[in-house]
Design a protein around this ligand. Structure first.
Ligand SMILES: NC(=O)c1ccc[n+]([C@@H]2O[C@H](COP(=O)([O-])OP(=O)(O)OC[C@H]3O[C@@H](n4cnc5c(N)ncnc54)[C@H](O)[C@@H]3O)[C@@H](O)[C@H]2O)c1
Length: 317
């Protein structure tokens, strides 16, 4: 796909997630200019150099950056990955206090140089931080949202594709709610091709049962803990997820992606950010879709919202 001329992406945070996001964006040609910004000068400059050395093998995208905030100037999209990450066994919510402080100090400086950008929050707990950032900046919810359960949805589609023996692009299933322990799949609307998930027949295998699907949902929910236990961070799949959101924005795709926006009455929920299938295109989240849910799914959505509301309350928001 052609790189949009003059499009500019800034990735804030040159750690495992930020540098992987920049790498994915360069390889996929998500934006013409990619900037990697971090307060840690040496680290940021080293990552930029290493990425730049590979650009003769990528398309026409270029990379620059460092610790000078002026590099961010004029960005169309800013993806925020800066902040503390989970230690093995730690939940995302436990990062809230420290990352809220980092975000609060960073946002005014970013907005000064990139006042018209769309802001995508990846730093965890991304749903909680989105509410905080939205209140702090006053940006409309469509222009400031979190990557939310796009990564979890990708994990789910990969697992179902493996089980069903089909391409993951033929698996139509979503994880919604909190990007965290209360997230859940919308099984009632899940299909492979056009076949409802429980009716799918894989040659040589029994049909999937609800019990098997429940276990898949648990594995997806706990996937990050397993990866962090083994290698200290999750970075490649979130890097690709971030690049995918950037493409939907800069190419005005109107793609349906599960991202997290501050809700305003959808399903009776307000003032909390959580993920629902949404149309992402020019300028941000254009519509949060009114996706049909069964009673169990609605109850899970409200449970997720309540959990997030409690986390916000402990932060005094
Ligand atoms: N939403 C998701 O799906 C998802 C997935 C994976 C990781 N994450 C989150 O992404 C975040 C980053 O993870 P990581 O593994 O890259 O961590 P990391 O420790 O490798 O990198 C974090 C970087 O942020 C930088 N930083 C800190 N304060 C800054 C500031 N004020 N301005 C600019 N940069 C600053 C640090 O210098 C560091 O380089 C974590 O909060 C992690 O939980 C989110």
């Amino acid at each position: 796909m052609a790189v949009i001329e003059n499009s500019k992406l800034t990735v804030v945070g040159a750690g495992a997630v930020g540098s992987s996001t920049a790498y994915a964006a360069l390889i996929r040609g998500s934006a013409r200019h990619v900037v990697l910004y971090d307060i840690a000068t040496e680290k940021a400059e080293a990552e930029v150099l290493d990425l730049a050395h590979g650009t003769p093998f990528t398309g026409s995208s270029d990379i620059s950056g460092g610790s000078d905030i002026s590099a961010v100037e004029g960005s169309h999209v800013v993806v925020i990955t800066a902040g503390a990450k989970q230690n093995p066994g730690q939940t995302r919510i436990e990062l809230a206090g420290v990352n809220a402080r980092i975000l609060k100090s960073m946002l005014p400086k970013l907005l000064e140089v990139a006042p018209n950008a769309v802001y995508v929050i990846v730093t965890n707990p991304c749903d909680v931080l989105t509410v905080l950032a939205q209140e702090d900046t006053g940006l409309p919810p469509e222009r400031l949202f979190a990557s939310g359960t796009l990564l979890d949805t990708s994990r789910l589609r990969w697992k179902l594709a493996e089980r069903a023996g089909v391409s993951s692009s033929s698996v139509h299933a979503y994880i919604v709610g909190e990007h965290g322990d209360t997230e859940f799949p919308l099984w009632s609307a899940a299909t492979i091709g056009t076949v409802p998930i429980l009716d799918w027949e894989t040659p040589g295998h029994p049909r999937m049962t609800q019990q098997e699907l429940d276990q898949i949902a648990i594995d997806v929910r706990d996937a990050a803990y397993k990866v962090i236990q083994g290698k200290g961070a999750t970075n490649y799949a979130i890097g690709l997820s971030g690049a995918r959101i950037v493409e939907a924005l800069l190419r005005a795709e109107n793609a349906v992606l599960p991202v997290s926006t501050v809700l305003d009455g959808q399903y009776g929920i307000s003032g909390v950010a959580l993920s629902l299938p949404s149309i992402v295109g020019n300028g941000g989240v254009r519509t949060v879709l009114d996706t049909p849910m069964d009673d169990g799914e609605l109850a899970s959505l409200h449970h997720s919202a309540e959990t997030l509301r409690q986390s916000l309350a402990t932060l005094g928001i």
